[in-house]
Design a protein around this ligand. Structure first.
Ligand code: SF4
Ligand code: SF4
Length: 256
């Protein structure tokens, strides 16, 4: 079994690295063992560890229930489609920011040497909403590819979603999108105060979708599927004691 860790650290933008590793520490050692035992009975199917099973189960559930997004858009006081559109604009802005300020540095430090240091972690936390939004923006071929990556990761000791052609997500998890190693951060922000300012603004914008001190997209996307009977450990908005506390504390005027 893996060590249970809350995602309370989600509140602190500076702590974003906290989200990434600890929960699944050690599991990819298991993954490696699983790969070694693969093919025992002539099958290509490898034994999946808990992390893979959770990711696969979430993806399958989301794919089966995508029609809920249309029904769920009727939640009182919350325009789901507008929030998803705003979120995608935000994601594009983050991408543009990275392209402008970090692409060259990351290419020199990591991509050109195929080190993919950002993706060399034991496991990443994907939220239920990450799975839903990605599924909404992907075609079935892309989702099949994602499913294949979960079942049969290409690279032991790296993120299971990292394939020869890059990340298998079309809209990668928000934790990955907002990750910066400290070296890159110091290099760019040390020389460009305006980049640091923009980054802080982006971190604040992220909270409008992910931080439930008010009703946010990431929470609503869990609620819609929960109401239809889905359940997953990836539903951190409704599973993390810290995030649940925040939801309870917010003003009673918030819908839901
Ligand atoms: S943020 Fe850091 S670790 Fe990630 S790709 Fe850029 S230089 Fe490499
Ligand atoms: S999900 Fe994609 S971006 Fe995130 S660590 Fe894995 S391969 Fe890298």
């Amino acid at each position: 079994m893996y060590e249970a860790v809350s995602v309370d650290g989600f509140v602190k933008p500076r702590d974003r690295n906290f989200l990434v590793l600890t929960k699944y520490k050690g599991l990819f050692g298991n993954l490696s063992n699983a790969q070694e035992t693969a093919g025992k009975n002539g099958s290509n199917e490898r034994r999946m560890n808990m992390y893979q099973k959770e990711q696969l189960q979430a993806l399958e559930m989301v794919r089966q229930h995508m029609d809920l997004l249309e029904k769920g858009s009727g939640i009182s006081g919350f325009d789901l489609n507008a929030h998803i559109s705003d979120y995608l604009v935000f994601r594009q802005d983050v991408e543009d920011f990275f392209r402008k300020w970090f692409e060259q540095l990351c290419s020199e430090n990591c991509y050109s040497s195929r080190r993919s240091a950002c993706c060399s972690r034991d496991g990443i936390i994907a939220f239920w909403a990450d799975v839903v939004i990605n599924a909404r923006r992907s075609d079935s071929k892309e989702l099949d590819r994602l499913e294949k990556a979960i079942r049969n990761p290409e690279k032991a000791y790296k993120c299971i979603f990292l394939t020869e052609s890059g990340c298998a997500w079309r809209i990668k998890p928000i934790v990955c999108e907002m990750f910066l190693c400290s070296e890159a951060e110091q290099t760019v922000f040390g020389a460009h105060a305006d980049a640091r300012t923009t980054w802080r603004e982006l971190e604040e914008r992220k909270k409008r979708f992910t931080w439930p001190d008010q009703l946010v997209l990431f929470e609503v996307l869990e609620k819609i599927f929960m109401d239809a009977g889905c359940d997953s450990p990836l539903m951190y908005m409704h599973k993390s004691p810290g995030l649940l506390r925040l939801i309870r504390q917010r003003k009673p005027t918030s819908p839901l």
